[in-house]
Design a protein around this ligand. Structure first.
Ligand code: 5GP
Length: 189
């Protein structure tokens, strides 16, 4: 099986990462999105098999026991997220490069397992105040969950220097350009 490249995009929740990932996938490059598994319930218009593979906590646990994950994390208390080995293999066999929207620990984990073929990108928020405002505007979390996400973001930014590329998402168009440029160079190298 020919293995494609891996583009890992990690960032605190609310950094605009999903917007950037969606824009990247619309570029004229052979990229596909790695659909993670999670045991959190769907949010808003999220669909099973498109945004995530939504599993029950029991089914997720069973997959852990079967060693079905390349990596998995308890990203928030009781909320597990992971990349299925089968997801990677099927997308590689289709001849694609794979884009990951995963947390910082998971991103660095993938990078350490596939160092040569992975480009790790960290999306930085301009400030924690802006992060809070963005999360409030999104309105998908209650205040306690929102503060949990901000607290996690404060820990995550400490790992930014370990990534290959750090992009500050202050101006969305500028951030998109920087990301497209970095990814294009990497997949064509
Ligand atoms: P959300 O609940 O907002 O969709 O995602 C919460 C966090 O989990 C985000 O930082 C997201 O990138 C991360 N995440 C999503 N899928 C995975 C995965 O497969 N592995 C890891 N380690 N983190 C993930």
């Amino acid at each position: 099986m020919k293995e494609g490249k891996l583009i890992v995009i990690s960032a605190p929740s609310g950094s605009g990462k999903s917007t950037l990932v969606h824009a990247l996938l619309k570029q004229n490059l052979p990229l596909v999105f790695s659909i993670s598994a999670t045991c959190r319930p769907p949010r808003g218009k999220e669909q099973d098999g498109i945004d995530y593979h939504f599993l029950t906590p029991e089914a997720f646990q069973k997959k852990i026991e079967e060693n079905a994950f390349v990596e998995y994390e308890e990203v928030y208390p009781g909320k597990f997220y992971g990349t299925l080995r089968s997801e990677l293999e099927s997308k590689w066999s289709d001849g694609h490069h794979i884009v990951f929207d995963i947390d910082v620990v998971g991103g660095l984990n993938i990078k350490s397992q596939y160092p040569e073929q992975t480009l790790s990108i960290f999306i930085q928020v301009p400030s924690f105040e802006i992060l809070k405002q963005r999360l409030r505007a999104r309105g998908t979390e209650n205040e306690a969950l929102l503060l949990e996400r901000v607290a996690k973001a404060k820990i995550e930014v400490e790992s930014a220097p370990e990534f290959d590329l750090v992009i500050v998402n202050e101006d969305l168009e500028k951030a998109k350009k920087e990301m497209f440029q970095g990814v294009k160079e990497f997949v064509n190298s």
